[in-house]
Design a protein around this ligand. Structure first.
Ligand code: BGC
Length: 349
């Protein structure tokens, strides 16, 4: 049976409603002999705190909606992630949700799924160069803008701010979007001579140890003479702070981050990290589970935006984010139940 899924793309600017009819939908739970929909979740990694949270929330919400989830994690390996997707296709999942390690490499996985009639939702990170069905994420350019705005606000009235920039993994489209947002804010200040970038590099695979090496390279190159490190997430911030600690500089250099990881929040209240960006992962995981179940059961969906992935305009759902410092930690991540107060302030001075 060739059932169809209807995705409706609403153009906010023009208030025009366009119907996109996709000729995919798999056989559906009933036709596959299952009583409950089965969602396949293919993850880049489970070695970072953030993704464990995403997984657990996604499974919980799917279960509440009467669906099962089969999870595969590729440990940062593109070949393995393709094999994982193959496994999920063999299990006849009704919808595939992919968090790609490498957005470009996973286009192949989308093609494989479509050949089996399975729709694909790209989760948090965009899969590029393919006919993707749906993309759900946070406003990633805004994340970069928030991080850079924090730094921009610290530029002294006279003189300049000396900056080290640590980007994320080159293979992750989000890392490019974070940089784009940072550039939007910083470029005018760099051109005006108010910000000087002493050193910049990409942290392969987002690894803290690579961020530490970048920070060490900056210290070797310029001495300990910088005011801030624009780290693109809390993991890389952690690596940077480790390098600063070894040089006796922790707490003296402003460090940014993202994710409101527990360790990141603890560094903020202890003064070794200046800010993070809280992305309410619960909203993303819950919405994605709801949408994935709708896709599995052939119900129509509404996406208010579209993002071009190099091949097509992908119907997209973008969620909002919040900047967090020592001052609003309790009113944001703690109040939201994302982190327990006792955990964040454990051992704080
Ligand atoms: C996510 C970040 C995360 C990073 C490393 C990015 O794609 O948006 O939240 O910190 O990957 O896993």
């Amino acid at each position: 049976m060739n059932l169809r899924i209807l995705l409706v793309l609403v153009s906010c600017a023009l208030s025009v409603t366009t119907g996109l009819v996709l000729s995919r939908g798999g056989s559906g739970p009933a036709a596959s002999g299952r009583s409950r929909p089965l969602i396949g979740l293919s993850m880049d990694t489970l070695k970072e705190e953030r993704w464990l949270t995403d997984r657990d929330l996604f499974i919980k919400r799917a279960a509440e909606l009467g669906a099962d989830v089969q999870v595969q994690a590729a440990n940062g390996d593109d070949t393995r992630q393709i094999t994982d997707v193959q496994t999920l296709i063999t299990s006849k999942v009704d919808t595939l949700v992919i968090i790609p390690h490498n957005g470009e490499a996973m286009a192949k996985a989308v093609t494989m799924a479509h050949e089996a009639g399975i729709p694909v939702l790209s989760y948090d990170r965009l899969i590029t160069g393919c006919d993707l069905d749906l993309y759900m994420t946070f406003d990633n350019v805004k994340v970069g803008e928030m991080q850079a705005k924090f730094i921009a606000d610290k530029v002294p009235a006279t003189g300049k701010l000396r900056l080290v920039r640590i980007y994320g993994a080159r293979t992750d489209n989000n890392a490019k979007l974070f940089k784009q947002g940072q550039d939007n804010v910083l470029q005018p200040l760099i051109t005006a001579g108010k910000v000087e970038v002493l050193h910049e590099d990409w942290a392969d695979d987002w690894k803290p140890e690579n961020a530490k090496k970048i920070t060490n390279a900056a210290i070797t190159k310029s001495g300990p003479n910088f005011d801030a490190i624009l780290a693109s997430n809390d993991g890389t911030a952690g690596g940077a702070v480790q390098a600063l600690t070894e040089e006796g500089l922790a707490g003296k250099v402003l460090v940014t981050g993202q994710d409101a990881d527990l360790a990141g929040c603890q560094r903020i209240v202890n003064g070794t990290q200046a800010m993070t960006v809280y992305k309410p992962v619960k909203n993303l995981a819950n919405s994605a589970a709801e949408v994935a179940v709708k896709m599995a059961t052939h119900r129509p969906l509404i996406a208010k935006s579209a993002i071009n992935n190099g091949k097509t305009d992908v119907p997209s759902i973008l969620l909002d984010i919040i900047a967090v410092t020592k001052d609003n930690m309790r009113e944001t991540v703690v109040k939201d139940g994302f982190r327990a107060e006792a955990d964040v302030y454990q051992g704080s001075k």
